[in-house]
Write a protein that binds this ligand. Structure first.
Ligand code: FES
Ligand SMILES: [Fe+2]
Length: 323
């Protein structure tokens, strides 16, 4: 349920709008985020670009039937051509070149994802999402989508849930026996949260080779993208990388996609089994949050205890994305 406490439901931040895999050089992807329509395609150099979706001529949606060639998108209606910055690049039945421009938006491709910078007033980004070496490392399994959810919630509730420590055992007791917040560091648009946790690894931990004790470092880059590294202690240190992305569709719905990778610490067949278990657990765990997220309200003045984790700190940090 949306917080409804603001006329500005979308944070100024970088948001995932597609995966690199989804966008070939000849594809046009229609997007609907931030209550608006856009098109995503690649320019002649292969870089992703995003324009408003509707053609200035008579309003056709470029994402439904539009074709892209050498970075120029052709409107499906009367064939007008538009370049990556939204300038008219030709009309098939006229020599005129109208001085109109389709709005374009900052976009980057990083860690296997295509990210768009949204700003309510159209300002350009002053910070970037950094590369995460593990996303391209042979020591880690390829980053894969766990699942996508279209969820009736907003970024504020989503962030609250993400940094909420007490709910981990209360809602996800099959995975978390215990959790405690150890530290929070804030540097501009980046918040890093470290936790100690005790996992429910059942048969995996028998024999003591894999410890149930572990820790997680979650780094939030803006309001809709966070990267977590989970590590277990013991002889075999299991490592799990999760990237959570939440992109507002409109004021009431969030497109949540979770990606994961595991460190190849065990022999290949065993590693595959562990990876499949972790993937399933990630899905099950987040699925448990859904009915809470979809039905809770956003309390501006919640009754927070220290044991709840740094929810207040996270809220103060996130307020910069709404200014
Ligand atoms: S509406 Fe796009 S060319 Fe006519
Ligand atoms: Fe949760």
């Amino acid at each position: 349920m949306s917080s409804k406490d603001t006329d500005f439901p979308f944070a100024n931040s970088w948001f995932r709008v597609a995966t690199s895999q989804e966008l070939s050089t000849t594809k046009v992807i229609p997007l609907h985020y931030f209550d608006k329509d856009f098109v995503l395609f690649r320019n002649a150099q292969g870089h992703p670009c995003i324009l408003d979706a509707h053609c200035p001529h008579l309003g056709a949606h470029l994402g439904y039937g539009g074709k892209v060639q050498d970075g120029i998108i052709r409107c499906p209606y009367h064939g007008w051509l538009w370049d990556e910055e939204g300038h008219c690049a030709g009309i098939p039945y006229s020599d005129k070149s109208p001085q109109v421009k389709i709005a374009n938006y900052p976009v980057t491709e990083i860690n296997g994802l295509i990210m768009m910078y949204y700003h309510q007033q159209g300002a350009l980004p002053t910070w970037q999402i950094p590369p995460i070496p593990e996303c391209n490392s042979a020591e880690w399994t390829p980053l894969r989508l766990v699942r996508r959810w279209t969820t009736r919630t907003d970024l504020k509730n989503y962030l609250d849930n993400s940094i909420d420590v007490a709910h981990l055992h209360q809602v996800h007791s099959q995975t978390f026996k215990a959790a405690q917040s150890d530290s929070v560091e804030i540097e501009g648009p980046v918040l890093t949260h470290k936790m100690s946790q005790k996992y429910n690894l059942s048969s995996l931990s028998s024999g003591g080779l894999i410890s149930e004790d572990g820790n997680v470092t979650t780094t939030y880059y803006g309001a809709g993208y966070d990267v977590s590294f989970y590590w277990t202690q013991g002889k075999f240190k299991l490592g799990l990388l999760q990237i959570f992305t939440g992109t507002p569709i409109d004021g009431d719905r969030l497109d949540i996609q979770v990606f994961f990778s595991v460190k190849k610490v065990l022999p290949a067949p065993l590693n595959q089994i562990v990876a499949a278990m972790m993937r399933k657990d990630t899905e099950t765990t987040f699925e448990q949050d859904m009915p809470i997220l979809e039905n809770k309200i956003y309390k501006s003045h919640p009754l927070l205890l220290e044991e709840d984790g740094p929810i207040g700190q996270c809220r103060r940090w996130a307020s910069q994305f709404y200014e």
